[in-house]
Write a protein that binds this ligand. Structure first.
Ligand code: AMP
Length: 283
């Protein structure tokens, strides 16, 4: 049975009982419009915890574009059906004033430049909003483990940095990207793609997969040049392709520069920004 809580007070009472019964708590924060990528996070959390809390909160502070916030899909009753179908224990569905009551102090954290490149460069203030909401939600739920997707790689790395820097008592788990049959990384924004846009969008994942294969025998610069050429030939509108150290998000010149190397790309299709990434080297 899915327990639905809109108020922190009621969620707290439920989680207090779970803790008293020594039940571990896994937490999956989302903005809703749930797809199989979100459900994979929840299912991994279910395998590792007695109780799984999924939150749905379209966090206004991480949207730098008011139109993107207004257009963000909010199919709550379908989301509830999906959560019930996989046996999720608990949905936290707060209103904004529950998350951000007046006079609440915000977390002070210098992101040490992790937010200056890639998504951060295109969406000023976005990661400050992400840090604010994830910190607040962790404070409310106090889970044993937090599950986040590799799909938003920069977000994952920044939350990992926040947890380490503030020494928050939570285990962070990275869940691989779940893709559509044609390779397109699942995203709540995909429903806004036109039929043609959808076909175009799926090419990015093929290009990144090819880069992953090429990384086994080519130098990093060649892998990058080939990917950029393929993106151009596919007629994709590229925001950036950055090949970075997977731990620090700083650019790398060769595969010897870091033990984790990740190619992160964002394209625009039908005016929608679509993110994807692959590990080119993983320790
Ligand atoms: P969102 O609702 O977009 O804020 O995403 C909530 C969580 O789901 C984040 O940790 C995302 O990284 C993760 N996520 C979104 N799409 C995918 C996907 N295709 N595969 C795996 N995780 C995903």
């Amino acid at each position: 049975m899915l327990h639905l809580f809109k108020k922190i007070e009621h969620l707290n009472a439920f989680l207090l009982k779970a803790r008293q019964n020594q039940q571990s708590i896994g937490f999956v924060p989302t903005m809703g419009a749930l797809h199989d990528g979100h459900l994979a996070l929840i299912q991994q959390a279910q395998q590792e915890n007695a109780i799984v809390v999924c939150s749905i909160f379209v966090n206004p502070t991480q949207f730098n574009d008011p139109e993107d916030l207004a257009k963000y899909p909010r199919p709550v009753s379908q989301d509830i059906t999906k959560l019930e179908s996989i046996g999720c224990t608990c949905l936290f569905l707060p209103e904004a004033d529950e998350i951000y009551p007046k006079n609440l102090a915000n977390v002070e954290l210098d992101l040490a430049g992790l937010d200056s490149r890639m998504e951060g460069a295109h969406r000023p203030g976005h990661f400050a909003g992400v840090v604010q909401v994830v910190h607040r939600l962790l404070d409310i739920v106090q889970p044993d483990s937090l599950y986040m997707g590799q799909k938003d790689f920069q977000q994952f790395t920044i939350i990992q940095y926040m947890i380490r820097t503030l020494q928050l008592p939570v285990r962070l788990v990275r869940v691989p990207i779940i893709r559509e049959d044609d390779g397109l990384a699942m995203s709540s924004r995909n429903v806004r793609l036109t039929e043609d846009g959808r076909i175009k969008a799926s090419q990015l994942s093929s290009i990144l997969m090819d880069a992953q294969d090429a990384a086994k025998h080519l130098a990093l610069r060649e892998v990058e040049q080939n990917a950029l050429l393929a993106i151009e030939q596919a007629g994709l509108e590229l925001d950036y392709l950055d090949i970075v150290n997977g731990d620090t998000l700083t650019p790398v010149d060769t595969f010897d520069d870091a033990s984790n190397v990740v190619a992160c790309a964002t394209i625009r299709v039908d005016g929608i920004r679509l993110l994807d990434n692959v590990f080119l080297k993983e320790s």
